[in-house]
Design a protein around this ligand. Sequence first.
Ligand code: TZP
Ligand code: MG
Length: 226
Amino acid sequence: SARAHWRQPEELSKLLRVYLIMGSNNCLRDPEQVLTDAIAGGITMFQYREKGTGALTGDERFKLASRLREMCRMSGVPFIVNDDVDLALALDADGVHVGQEDELATEVRRRIGEDRILGVSAYNMVEADTAVRFGADYLGVGPLYSTQTKEDAKSASGLAVLKEMREQGIAVPIVGIGGIHAGNAAEVVRAGADGVSVITAITHADNERSAAEALHSAVEAAAAAD
Ligand code: TZP
Ligand code: MG
C-alpha cells in the first residue's frame, strides 16, 4: 500500500524528527487548533495519546481521534495511536505505539499487519533488544530528561542510554522522549536518536507553530552534522 514505505528505516528516520504526541488533556486550547499549528510548523509524525487525569473516554475520545486522524491524512503526516489497537484499526491509523506494559509487540504486529508502523517504548538496553526482536519498527527511548507530563514516568535516564544502544548495535530508528525542547533536541540527536518526541514543548508553547519550527531546525542541523 501507499504507506508501507513509511516503515522503511530510512524513511522512518526522517518521520521521527519532530514527533508530536498529545491528547486533549495535554492541550491548553482546542486540540484541533494545536494540531493545525503544529502541522504548519513542520511536525513529521503525530501520536494520539489520550491518557491520565482528565482524559476523554468513549464517544468523545473516538470523535476527537477521528478528527485528528483526518487532519493528519489531509496533510500527509503519519497518524499513530498509543496503546489501542482496536482504535488504530477503526481509524485506519498508520501505526501503533505500545509501552512495555502493553500488549506484546508480536501480538500487535500480527493484528496491524505489515503496512503499519509499530513503535515500542524502551527504557534500557534489555527492553530495546526485546522490542527489536519482537518486530518494533522504531523505539521511543526515555524519559531522557525529567518530565511532569507522564504520571507514572520513570526517573530520567540521561543521554548515555542512547549512546549505549547504538554502541550495542541497536540499528532501528530511535526517537527520544521526556523533557525535550528546542534547547536540548540537538544533543539528543547527537547522542544517537533520529529525532525527538514531545508533548509539552509544543502543546504548552505560546506559539505551537514556532515551537515546532524551532524543534525542526535543531534536529535538522544536528542530523546534518552527523
Ligand atoms: N513517555 C516517557 S516520558 C513521556 C512519555 C509519554 C512524556 C513526555 O512528555 P514531555 O512533556 O515532552 O516531557
Ligand atoms: Mg503504554
